[in-house]
Ligand binder design. Sequence first.
Ligand code: SF4
Ligand code: SF4
Length: 377
Amino acid sequence: MQPVHFKSASYSQPELETAVWALMDTCGGRIISAGDRVLIKPNFLLPARPESGILTHPGIVAAACKYVLQRGGAALVADSPAAGTFSRIVKKGGFARALEGQDVELRPFRETVSVDIGEPFGKIALAREALEADAVINLAKLKTHSQMLLTLGVKNLFGCVVGMEKPQWHLRSGIDRDRFARLLVQIHYAVCPTLTLVDGVVSLEGDGPGKGGQPRHTGVLLGGRDAAAVDAAVCRMLRLDPDRLATHRAAAARGLITGREDIRGDFKTVADFKLPEQGAVAFGPEFLKGFIRSHVLQKPVVDPRRCRSCGECWTFCPAAAVVESGRAVAFDYGRCIRCYCCVEVCPHGALAAKMPPVGRLVEKIRALRKGARQCPH
Ligand code: SF4
Ligand code: SF4
C-alpha cells in the first residue's frame, strides 16, 4: 500500500511554504542530497494567471525550489508548454516574481534523449533534463481533462515529450483512449519521479485542462512517492472510482498498482466536482462509422463568439482535422481522433468537448446496462 498524504492549504505565504515543505518531508524523507541536480516539473500548459487554476501555483514552485536549495541541491524548473511561449508563461503565471532572488534555472526543456519505453511504443524522445536529473519533483495540478477525465500526477510527465512531438504521439495513439493512457503510464515510469505533489488548492473543474475549465477552491495539497497512488487518492477525494481514470486502469493492467493507497492527513471529500462529459470513442458497424463520428460520439465544438481565429488549434491538431472557416473554425469529424489537444490549447476558451444529444442518450443506455460505478468514499 502506497502512502498518500493530504494537507489543507491556501496560497498565502508563509503558510504555503510550510505546507509544501511538511508534505515533502513526510512523503519523501531524505529525497535531496547536497550536489543533486533536481528537476522541478510543474504544469506549464499555456500562459495563464495564477488564479485561473490552470497552472501549478507559482508559490508551490517557489517553495519546492527553496526546499531543494536549502538541502544543497541545484534546482531546474522546466517544462515543454503545449501553447504559447515559456517566457510568456513565466511572466503571466507569476513565476518570474515568485522565484526572484532564488538561484534557480527556469527554462524550457532543451534536449531530448531517445529511450525505449517498452511495447507497443518502443523508442520515444524524452527531455534529457528529466532523464538525467538525480531527482524529479513532479508538481502536478488537479484539473479536469476532456480526453482523460482528469490530469494529475501520471499525466503531468507527458510534458517531458518536447514540443510538437506531443501531438505526434497523440496521433500515433489514434482514437484509442486506453492506448494513450498506456503511453502516459509508460512515459511516467521511464521518467520515474522521486515525488509527486498535486496542487489542489484551487483546482480546475468543467471543460479543462485549459481556458474552458473553471477554477474551484478545493483547499488541499497532496503527495506521495507513487504518482498512480496519488492520482487514485484524488479520485477518492472527488468521490470517483479510480478505475474511471484510464491511466489507473493502464497502470493496474501492468501490475503497477499494489493494493489500495494508504490515505493519511487532512483528507476530505469534495462534492459535485464538475467533470467533463465522456463517452465511448468508437463503436458501431463500419458502414455507420461516418454518421456515428459526426452525430453520436463526443466531439470538439466551437463557440464562434469566443473564437479569435488565432490558429493555435489548427497548428496543434495532430490529425489536421481543424479547418479555418470564416470567423471561427470547423472540424472534419471523420479525421478527428478526439485527443482534445485543440480544447487544451485554445487561449480563448472557445472550444469544448461536447456530446451530441443522440450520443448522450446512447451513453445513458450504456451506463444503465453497466450499472453506475461510484466510489463510496
Ligand atoms: S477556436 Fe480557439 S484556438 Fe482555435 S482559432 Fe479560435 S480562438 Fe484560436
Ligand atoms: S480536432 Fe481537436 S480533438 Fe480532433 S484531432 Fe484535432 S486536436 Fe484532436
